[in-house]
Write a protein that binds this ligand. Sequence first.
Ligand code: M6R
Length: 615
Amino acid sequence: MCGIVGYIGKKRAMPVLLDGLKRLEYRGYDSAGVAILENTEVKAFKKVGRVENLLKAIETAGELDSMAHIGVAHTRWATHGKPSEENAHPHSDEFGKFWLVHNGIIENYEELKKELSESGVKFSSETDTEVVVQLIAKEMEAGLSFEEAFRVALKKLRGAYGIVVMSADEPEYLMAARNSSPLLIGVGDGEMIVASDASAVVGTTKKIVYLEDGELAKVSADGLKIELIAEAGKELKREAETVDMDASEIEKDGHDFFMHKEIFEIPSAVLNAGRGRFIASEGLVKFGGIEEIKSKLRDIDRIIISACGTAAYAGLLGEYFIEELAGIPVEVEIGSEFRYRSPVFTERTALIVVSQSGETADTLAAVREAKEKGILVLGIVNVVGSTIAREVDCGIYTHAGPEIGVASTKAFISQLTVLLLLAIYLGRQRNLSVNETKEILADLEKLPELLDSILHREKLAKKLAKKYKDFTSMAFLGRKYSFPVALEGALKLKEISYIHGEGYPAGEFKHGPIALLDEKFPVFFILPSDDVYEKSKSNLEEIKARQAPVIAIVTEGNKELMRMADDVLEIPKIANILSPFLSTLWTYLFAYHVADMKNLDVDKPRNLAKSVTVE
Ligand code: M6R
């Protein structure tokens, strides 16, 4: 995700800010920018691409040695608006007085932007962030101080933010605030660094004050005042903590691998993919990205989903979701097959492509083929401004943040979240009742907490990994919603542990692959207590009769499976349609620990690339 650095103090600001940005590079970004203030004059630089490009531009402008002692800087990972210099942070108001950097998403930016535009404010970027700095300037016009204007502006925001802002007229301090997006302050000797991540700070100081949600801070070189956004005048006392980690450990937030960190980000991936897109109590789902084709979608009578690898398995679940909730026939076509198969379209067919990177060559080929045929193409993509995101007719971003581990995890769950919401959206255009919608959305709201409860039981997955890591093959089985989970679980095990994993529909296994089974061929069976549970249980009996060891993912409290399976992993009770979110998480934890115990490079498995840009 994006990275923030703000500096005020005795050193020259520019080298500290650039050093901070370099330390944040691991998070993934597509543009970078910096603004410094020297004698009431602000100098701002922004570049698409690496921090190195930004550094060169600053060097060329002769500003590397600037005497400024205050500034803000940012690495942006695009969410609203493509990666470009206009959209890169810091953003300023139209008079260049305030310079602001922001991480997170402002959910109500469209309505705020409309209000501001109607009152004559001119915007220069496509971002949600710019409304914040324009709002501050607007409040100042009403005669408030910088500090007050900042607070009033924050109160108007809905969504997630970590924000740092400087004012050209008040070079003695920075203002900062946090809500659902991390922000901390490194406390040095006569200097302060505000950052989204401790790795940007530890080069200067190990003393850190963490801001909490709903707090704002006034940060000067030798003082820090923290208050609640909601309540002026009541200073909160906060002791600095000493962090005893080196920068590389902090980048992974204490996790051994990025994949592990990303698995632990799955609850927030669900939140981020759904943020601002549904209101459970009203049974309402909306997507800014497809509003303009709302009526076309109402006429669609067939959908093809095309994707590769993990994204294709998300697509398969999308097929189940859309057919069940919207009643539209869906077929899933692997990207590399789609274009060579002469697929048959009518003008009421839509293609949905799913891709984390937005650069997968086979998926892109499907987009181009469909566009050639003139059918509507919708993208579900994580990386903003990627080729697929740019070439589709319209799209929905998954907002999972950068995924660094080659094996996709949090991106898959964010794709499921968007596909489920899309299925509901299409369903509401057709026969899906508002009551059924409310029920599913209410469970979707609970999902992050339930996912967390599984993460808290990680050691069970570790225990099973130890027991099963030396087997050379494993089958992953499931019916209905659990079938794509089986495919994804098997893929994950293969990719990172090099153990052969065979994903199969549980009911189909008896038609051949069951011949493989014996006591040396374990089965990972996903059978929550849903409408196909009894059928799955019969298949499990067939497997047990062949002496294969069984790990079963079951709904908590299922006593009979405790007796039948060798090992059991429980998922909390939830609407059937949401069970794949939970069971997938167990398969990820299991695959991760198997690979880790085999001392493999979990983040960079052999022969694989994060983004496959060849056919
Ligand atoms: O970037 P994409 O989602 O388009 O990538 C598709 C596949 O290459 C990707 O999901 C791949 O299967 C992963 N390594 C799975 O973990």
